[in-house]
Design a protein around this ligand. Structure first.
Ligand code: NAP
Ligand code: GDD
Length: 336
C-alpha cells in the first residue's frame, strides 16, 4: 500500500522502534526518528534501513534529540510536521528503574508530557501513540484488560502510569487524537540483552558454543504473557488508523513462568536447563510483578488484531537467531 504519510518515532533505535520503522517504510511512509547523541553509534538496529539522505530514494531521516529536552521537541516537530507521532522512547528496564528512579521519571514519565505539550504548543494536527505498559497493572491480579486498575510496583511502572494519564488528559482536554497502547511483554532477536528472554537465548547459544558455563538468574516464578515484537508494532499502527482515539491492551492471553521460558529455550538445543541455571539475588527486584496475563479482546474486536507468534515458538526463534550471530557478538559486562 502506498501513502504519503509522515511519521515521527521517538525510540527508533530500540527494539520496537526498529520494527515499527520497517513496517511504516513498507507501507510507504516517510519516517523520521529521534536519536540520542552518544559517543558511539547507537543505530545498529536500524542501520539496514538507512539510505544516505542525499539519495532521492531516502525515506528514513534521523534527527538528534532527547525526551528530556522540551525545546528540541518543539523545533523538531515544527520542522518535520508529522501526521503520526509514536512515542516509544523510555528508560524501559524495570530493574534499572530502581537504581535510577529520578531519571526514569524524567524520561519515561515527564518525557511524554514534553512531547504532548510540544504538539499542543505548535498546534500540530497529528495522531499520537503512547507506549504504555502492562507493568502499570503491577500487583493487580490477572487477567488484565483496559478496565483493570493500575497498581505499579516499580519507578518505571509509576512513570508509565503518569504518562498514560497525561495522554488521556490531552485527549479529553484538547481533543487530541492520543491513544495508549497497553502492551504486554514482547520480545524478539532485537530485544535488549538484559531483558530476561534475550538473556536466556544468548546464554543458550553461548553454552552450546562452549563460551559460557552457567546462567545466573533471579525470580523464576514470575508469570508473563510474552508475544513477538513484530506482531505488536502492527497493533501500534492499527491504533492510529482507528476511527477514534482510545486505549488498547495488546497481549497473547497466554501465561508462562520464567522457568517455562528457560525450558523451551534449552530444550530446543537438547539441553536440561536445570544443569546450567544458578541463582543470583542481584537480579531480584525490591518489589516484583508476579503475574501479567492480558485480555486483548478489544484490540481483536475493534482493530482486528491477533498475535501470530506465541511464547514457545518465540523462545525457539530467539535461540536460533542468537545461535546464528554468535561470532559477531561482543559479550556483556557480567554485572548487567
Ligand atoms: P528499548 O529497546 O529499551 O528502546 C528504548 C528506546 O528509547 C531506545 O531507542 C532509546 O535510545 C530511547 N530512549 C531512552 N531514553 C531516551 C531519552 N531520554 N530520549 C530519547 N530517547 C530515549 O525499548 P522497547 O522494548 O523497544 O520498548 C519501546 C517502548 O515500549 C518503551 O517505551 C517501553 O517502555 C515500552 N514497552 C515495552 C514493552 C516490551 O515488552 N518491549 C512492553 C510495554 C511497553 P538508545 O538506543 O539511545 O538507548
Ligand atoms: N531482566 C531479568 N534478568 N529478569 C529476570 C531475571 C534476570 O536475570 N531473572 C528473573 N527475571 C524475571 C524478572 O524478575 C521479571 O519478573 C521477569 O523475569 C521479566 O523481566 P524482564 O524481562 O526484565 O521484563 P519486565 O517484565 O520486568 O519488563 C518488561 O516488560 C514490561 C511490560 O510488562 C520491559 O520490557 C518493560 O519495558 C515493559 O513495560
Amino acid at each position: 500500500m502506498q501513502t504519503s504519510k509522515r511519521a515521527l518515532i521517538t525510540g527508533i533505535t530500540g527494539q520496537d522502534g526498529s520494527y515499527l520503522a520497517e513496517l511504516l517504510l513498507e507501507k510507504g511512509y516517510e519516517v523520521h526518528g529521534i536519536v540520542r547523541r552518544s559517543s558511539q553509534f547507537n543505530t545498529s538496529r536500524i542501520d539496514h534501513l538507512y539510505v544516505d539522505p542525499h539519495e532521492a530514494r531516502a525515506r528514513l531521516f534521523l534527527h538528534y534529540g532527547d525526551l528530556t529536552d522540551g525545546s528540541r521537541l518543539v523545533t523538531l516537530l515544527e520542522k518535520v510536521q508529522p501526521n503520526e507521532v509514536y512515542n516509544l522512547a523510555a528508560q524501559s528496564h524495570v530493574r534499572v528503574s530502581f537504581d535510577e528512579p529520578e531519571f526514569t521519571g524524567l524520561s519515561t514519565g515527564v518525557g511524554s508530557t514534553r512531547l504532548l505539550e510540544a504538539i499542543r504548543m505548535i498546534g500540530l494536527e497529528c495522531r499520537y501513540y503512547q507506549a504504555s505498559s502492562s507493568e502499570m497493572f503491577g500487583a493487580t491480579p490477572p487477567p488484565q484488560n483496559e478496565d483493570t486498575p493500575f497498581w505499579p510496583r516499580s519507578p518505571y511502572g509509576a512513570a508509565k502510569v503518569y504518562a498514560y494519564w497525561m495522554t488521556r488528559n490531552y485527549r479529553e482536554a484538547y481533543g487530541m487524537f492520543a491513544t495508549n497502547g497497553i502492551l504486554f511483554n514482547h520480545e524478539s532477536p532485537r530485544r535488549g540483552e538484559t531483558f530476561v528472554t534475550r538473556k536466556i537465548s544468548m546464554a543458550v547459544s553461548n553454552i552450546v558454543a562452549g563460551k559460557q558455563d552457567f546462567l545466573y538468574m533471579g525470580n523464576l516464578d514470575a508469570v508473563r504473557d510474552w508475544g513477538y515484537a513484530k506482531d505488536y508494532v502492527e497493533a501500534m499502527w492499527l491504533m492510529l488508523q482507528a476511527e477514534e482515539p482510545s486505549d488498547f491492551v495488546v497481549a497473547t492471553g497466554t501465561a508462562y513462568t520464567v522457568r517455562d521460558f528457560l525450558q523451551f529455550s534449552f530444550e530446543h538445543v537438547g539441553l536440561d536447563w536445570e544443569k546450567y541455571v544458578r541463582f543470583d539475588e542481584r537480579y531480584l527486584r525490591p518489589s516484583e510483578v508476579d503475574s501479567l496475563i492480558g485480555d486483548a479482546s478489544k484490540a481483536r474486536d475493534v482493530l482486528g488484531w491477533t498475535p501470530k507468534v506465541l511464547t514457545p515458538e518465540l523462545a525457539r526463534l530467539m535461540v536460533d537467531a542468537d545461535s546464528k550471530t554468535i561470532d559477531l557478538r561482543t559479550e556483556l559486562p557480567a554485572q548487567l
